[in-house]
Design a protein around this ligand. Structure first.
Ligand code: DNO
Ligand code: MN
Length: 366
């Protein structure tokens, strides 16, 4: 397991590279050029700038999260080809700074959806929260557009006001895009991209939908085991792979993440590991990593990775906001650092046990 840490860049993150350097066992930075709009080619000079900053701390840049996919590609519009060309050129340049994995997602319009970014937990820390009743009350495009039109300042946590302006048009564009259409648009994209990845030794690792169900009438397809199988078969290459996110998939209790790890291990170059607590009413909140603190059994998941001899990258994904830290929602220093130490704790003790068992076996054979 190769531990990495997401960093949003100089001036764009409250956490510094110097602080990350002091978290035990972190070897690389998960990065992106966050200001470049989806569909545009990333400039090499900008990548080299990041490389210069991170080199100083001895971090590698092998994982990018995310190179976002332009909406026209997801919609399957004729204009998609120019954006796919740009994506290919970006892949070629990323290879030049040593990138090995590109995490991306194929969720129409929205990335993750929550209703409160600072919901208090019992210990007075706060975390990202999803309130089912609130989402249900506006869970169709017409209703959401109505709410937006009536309140020009309306925004949901994490949705930039800029993007909210385009929502009615985007919903209109997606009106006739079914799940099957989205599958075929993803296939079209991957068929074009994967050969370029093979040439450049970079894996495309799709992030599951968060939450893994359809919202506002928009299709969502990377949601469960069967759909991950289908994704991997769209283009059967090791370069077509998955970012297995325990928190995103874990809010559906039917998804057994450890089982997914066991089944898909050789196609998971990047693991997102975090816990969530599900409530009976369909709400969920992100919690600390410890198995007992949420509904997702992190010990079992790490054990599954260990059992499979996982040599891919892992990051603690989100954390709570603790000790008064003012930070990007979900991306503080403290709780993610605690999460890393929990993951290492499980991992290292499994290593010991395995080594002990091997030594024991050797001594009995002798
Ligand atoms: C949630 C996070 C995501 C992720 C993007 C990847 O679990 O990991 O916001 O960064 O969806 O494209
Ligand atoms: Mn994730």
């Amino acid at each position: 397991m190769r531990m990495v840490f997401r960093w949003f860049g100089e001036g764009n993150d409250t956490v510094t590279l110097g602080q990350i350097r002091q978290i035990p066992g972190v070897e690389g930075i998960v990065w992106a050029l966050h200001d470049i709009p989806a569909g545009e080619e990333w400039p090499l000079e900008r990548m080299l700038e990041i490389k210069k900053q991170t080199d100083e701390y001895g971090f590698h840049l092998e994982v990018v999260e995310s190179v976002n996919v332009h909406e026209d590609i997801k919609l399957g519009l004729p204009t998609r080809d120019q954006y796919i060309d740009n994506y290919k050129k970006t892949i070629e340049k990323l290879a030049k700074v040593g990138v090995k994995v590109i995490c991306y997602n194929f969720m129409p319009v929205f990335d993750w959806i929550r209703t409160n970014l600072f919901e208090p937990l019992e210990d007075k820390s706060t975390a990202l929260f999803y309130e089912k009743a609130k989402i249900d009350s506006m869970n169709n495009p017409a209703e959401l557009v109505r709410v937006i039109n009536e309140n020009p300042d309306f925004t949901m946590p994490g949705w930039e006001p800029e993007r909210m302006k385009h929502l009615p048009a985007l919903f209109e564009a997606y009106k006739n895009v079914s799940e099957e259409d989205l599958w075929s648009n993803l296939k079209y994209f991957l068929e074009q991209i994967i050969p370029v990845c093979e040439l450049n030794d970079i894996k495309m690792a799709i992030h599951p939908d968060d939450p893994p169900w359809s919202l506002f009438g928009l299709p969502r397809i990377i949601t469960n085991r069967d759909n991950i199988r289908r994704l991997l078969n769209l283009v059967d290459s090791p370069y077509n792979s998955v970012t297995l996110c325990s928190g995103s998939l874990g809010v559906n209790p039917d998804n057994n993440i450890a089982e997914l790890v066991r089944e898909f291990a050789d196609r998971i170059p990047f693991a997102h590991i975090r816990n969530v607590r599900l409530y009976d009413n369909g709400n969920f909140i992100e919690t600390s990593h410890r198995s007992q603190d949420g509904t997702v059994d992190i010990c079992d998941i790490v054990a599954a990775y260990h059992e499979k001899g996982f040599t891919g990258y892992a990051r603690p994904d989100h954390g709570r906001h603790i000790w008064g830290e003012q930070c990007r929602p979900g991306y503080g220093l403290y709780d993610r650092a605690l999460g890393i130490m929990y993951l290492w704790g499980i991992w290292d003790s499994l290593e010991r046990t395995q080594r002990g068992a091997a030594a024991h076996l050797q001594s009995t054979v002798l």
